[in-house]
Design a protein around this ligand. Sequence first.
Ligand SMILES: Nc1ncnc2c1ncn2[C@@H]1O[C@H](COP(=O)(O)OP(=O)(O)OP(=O)(O)O)[C@@H](O)[C@H]1O
Ligand SMILES: [Mg+2]
Length: 238
Amino acid sequence: MLLEVKGVVKRFGGLVAVDDVSFDVDKGEIVGLIGPNGAGKTTLFNVISGFYKPNKGKVIFKGIDVTGKRPYEMARLGLGRTFQIVKPLMGLTVAENVAIGAMIKYPDASEALRKALEVLEFTGLYDKRFALARTLNLAEKKRLELSRALAMEPDLMLLDEVIAGLNPTEVDMVLDLLKEVNRKGITILMVEHVMRAVMNISQRIVVLHHGQKIAEGTPEEVANDPKVIEAYLGREEL
Ligand SMILES: Nc1ncnc2c1ncn2[C@@H]1O[C@H](COP(=O)(O)OP(=O)(O)OP(=O)(O)O)[C@@H](O)[C@H]1O
Ligand SMILES: [Mg+2]
């Protein structure tokens, strides 16, 4: 098992944002993590990637108990992530932003830049390599975010809404890219509200609601689960 989340609880004061959640991700899988707004998806990502320490429970990555490890240590161990709120270093170029991600694996600046350019070619942003990050549109910023995570050469990528806000053509481009990333051997755990996308790409889906795991299974099983339908009732996502 590549990732094991065991009984994780994360509280903010009186609010239980993640409430005793357990699930596994096997090497090579693409797993979707879905749930209505405020379900606790981003908080769970923050616990897995070391930004938050859980109040209870454990995170096991590659068989190692990594609970409470710092984000930098998690990156070193092979965990890449993107952020829901895209925040590249706006005053740096696209290539520089990606090279910073690459420095986790390639401390030498010229090596990091070489890796960055290789990734940008793969993600289709090579032509924008000299552009300042602030000049990119939303779709390009999301691809930059993906590029930064890929440049760390992770074994597991946590993707937080890399598709939301894109037009249908851009959605298909990112889905193709993610399938290619997965074929290269990178395991993916993705949070996504765009159901068509997450249902299309995921082998397995975990559903959170009010911090709790309410369902887990194939896209079809989850889409037909009464508890999931109930959680999304009155919302347009499903
Ligand atoms: N730093 C924080 N301090 C206090 N409360 C927080 C904090 N971060 C998240 N929360 C609360 O925890 C709950 C879960 O939030 P979270 O961002 O994890 O949800 P989400 O599933 O990612 O939602 P969305 O789909 O809208 O991104 C929400 O009620 C949110 O208001
Ligand atoms: Mg979120």
